[in-house]
Design a protein around this ligand. Structure first.
Ligand SMILES: C[S@@+](CC[C@H](N)C(=O)[O-])C[C@H]1O[C@@H](n2cnc3c(N)ncnc32)[C@H](O)[C@@H]1O
Length: 431
């Protein structure tokens, strides 16, 4: 495969970014700058670094991202947000703060604009929490400094600048305290299925001007992440070029012209849910699962895909149905706890579930995700493989396995899982 084709597919697999959307020569120049910085004489020497060193991938990302942003960009979303919150200001207190996520946040113009809007509404800083997330470490270093030049102030009305900023040398402005240090920043990849896994849900999410750079599967993963991260009554704002049918499938558009705002769709029991809200599974009692969570050799009987026992007397069937409902509920509870970052409690429920029900793809998948969240990739990999073994249709597990292998530099294994996932997905959509 050609050098640039390989680099492009690494970027799109890991970060969703399609380099051609960034403009001509962006990738060529970025690679050149990195090769110069590393004194790499041969492209393939550089490719090896890129495939094996996570830091190099992040350094290349820093070179190619487009951190274009400015204060109160598009204006209307900020006005609409203020209108939506105006009557609810008193609800937000230090114990029940409004939670806001700006992803991606570039140099911080967007999360600071949200902060200014909230201060203008009369909220004190301890009544709200704002997190800005971006894939680039370099842009976040600038965001934390909070110093901006004239390009970040493009609107007509710049009164806010006099009030919330202090002038610096060279026509620059620094955002004042307490807002500057109140906004939190974190490096993360919004296309990663486990992004911000430990965070509680947010009341407001701004995810603007990034979906346009992503390929279809990455956009889909991002939207599912946003669905997981948004409170049931939360508000999602996307960019004006991004308010399309893909967003409309998972979220309900607000009729607020120019705001490109969405709420959650009402939950239908039949709707397919995002990764951490699984379908209910049919469970079957079988011997206890060992506490070390290694699937025993005898697991060749694939518990979840077996037919349900039939021919029981009605009463026994009823009791069994009740027990099944209870156990299914328990696994859902484990998902809820894991979503809320309460891993130990979630883990206990999964253990219990496996003990009572025997090997289960859903439970192993969830434990795998929790290990992954704790950066225990090898254990996570083993559990997710077992989850696929028990349920060869488990696409989410395959997707994660591909990501883990790729992040461990095992591109062949990553490709193997991606191919398998594509085969299963194609079979699922074909008539
Ligand atoms: C055009 S800026 C958008 C900033 C802001 N939301 C706005 O609308 O003004 C795009 C940002 O997306 C970031 N980005 C690109 N891919 C990303 C990913 N996979 N996860 C998180 N951030 C990403 C880039 O680093 C860049 O700072």
């Amino acid at each position: 495969m050609k050098f640039f084709t390989t680099v492009e597919s690494l970027l799109s697999e890991r970060f969703g970014i399609v380099p051609s959307t960034l403009g001509p020569n962006v990738l060529t120049l970025a690679v050149k700058r990195r090769c110069d910085a590393l004194s790499c004489n041969h492209r393939f020497e550089y490719l090896e670094k890129l495939q094996t060193e996570a830091d190099e991938m992040m350094a290349l990302i820093d070179e190619i991202v487009v951190p274009e942003s400015w204060f109160f960009r598009d204006v209307v979303p900020f006005e609409r947000l203020s209108q939506a919150l105006a009557k609810r200001v008193k609800e937000y207190t230090p114990l029940t703060p409004l939670r806001v996520l700006s992803v991606p946040c570039a140099h911080g113009e967007e999360p600071y604009s949200i902060g200014i809007s909230l201060l203008n509404l009369g909220l004190k800083t301890d009544a709200f929490y704002i997190k800005g997330v971006d894939v680039s470490q370099r842009v976040l270093t600038k965001a934390r400094q909070g110093v901006f030049n004239s390009l970040s102030f493009r609107g007509e009305n710049l009164d806010f600048r006099d009030y919330y900023f202090e002038p610096q040398e060279n026509n620059r402005y620094r955002i004042k305290e307490p807002l500057r240090s109140h906004v939190t920043f974190e490096v993360a990849n919004i296309t990663d299925p486990l992004v911000l896994f430990q965070d509680s849900p947010y009341d407001v999410i701004f995810c603007r001007n990034v979906l346009i750079y992503f390929d279809g599967p990455s956009r889909e993963r991002t939207l599912r992440n946003l669905d997981r991260l948004l409170n049931p009554n939360g508000l999602l704002f996307v960019g004006h070029a991004e308010a399309n049918s893909a967003v409309g499938r998972l979220f309900a558009a607000k009729n607020w012209p120019g705001a490109f705002a969405y709420g959650k769709l009402p939950v239908s029991p039949k709707a397919s849910r995002p990764p951490l809200r699984p379908k209910k599974v049919a469970v079957k009692r079988s011997p206890a699962f060992p506490p070390d969570r290694n699937v025993p050799a005898s697991v060749s009987e694939k518990t979840e895909s077996q037919p349900r026992p039939s021919g029981q007397p009605p009463q026994e069937r009823q009791q069994k149905a009740k027990a099944t409902a209870k156990l299914t509920y328990n696994l859902s509870e484990a998902h809820r706890l894991a979503d809320a970052g309460q891993m130990q409690e979630a883990m206990k429920i999964c253990d219990k579930y496996l003990e009572v029900n025997g090997p289960s793809s859903q439970a192993l998948f969830l434990i795998g995700i929790m290990y992954l969240a704790g950066e225990e990739k090898t254990k996570a990999r083993k559990l997710l493989e077992q989850a696929v073994y028990l349920n060869p249709q488990n696409q989410e597990a395959m997707n994660l396995l591909s990501h883990i292998a790729s992040s461990q530099g095992d591109q062949a294994e990553a490709k193997r899982w991606k191919d398998r996932l594509n085969r299963v997905a194609t079979r699922e959509v074909s008539p």
